[in-house]
Each structure stands twice: as C-alpha cells, then as structure tokens.
Design a protein around this ligand. Structure first.
Ligand code: FES
Length: 81
C-alpha cells in the first residue's frame, strides 16, 4: 500500500506532488482554496484530487485546512469537509 506523507516540506519553495493520479501539487491546492474551493468536493471538481485511487485525500484535506487557516478564522469557520 502506497502512503503519501508530508515531512518537513517548506510549501513556499519547491512544489510537492500530492495527487499523483492527476499531477496536482500542494501549491495548486493552496491556490484553489484561496480562489474559493474551500471544500474537498470543490477540490475534487476543480483539480481532480481524490477522484481516482483516493490515496491523496488525507494529504489534500490537510492542505485544504491549512490553507483555510491562512485565510483567517472566518474562512476556517466555514470549513465543511
Ligand atoms: S493520488 Fe490522487 S486520486 Fe490517486
């Protein structure tokens, strides 16, 4: 079983592939959340994350939550997975 894990990744520098099935990076996920894709179903529709094998779902969801926190408490309060 393949496992995708983030270890000491500086999200500001080098893009990291989160979804290998659709070649989606952490930066694309953060940008999509900043552009309004605040729910996992939004990210699935916009980028295709977690729509094939699903192994990226946990990591993508964590990045989604982190990006919402970056946007501020009001955005994080709207967090609906
Ligand atoms: S790694 Fe994202 S759907 Fe397979």
């Amino acid at each position: 079983m393949m496992m995708i894990t983030i270890i000491n990744h500086d999200a500001q520098d080098i893009p990291m592939y989160v979804c290998l099935c659709h070649a989606v990076t952490d930066k694309q996920i953060r940008q999509a959340v900043h552009d309004g894709a605040t729910r996992m179903c939004d990210l699935r529709r916009e980028l295709g994350v977690a729509s094939e094998c699903g192994k990226c779902a946990c990591c993508a969801n964590q990045l989604r939550k982190d990006a919402l926190m970056e946007l501020g408490p009001a955005s994080a309060a709207r967090d609906v997975a």
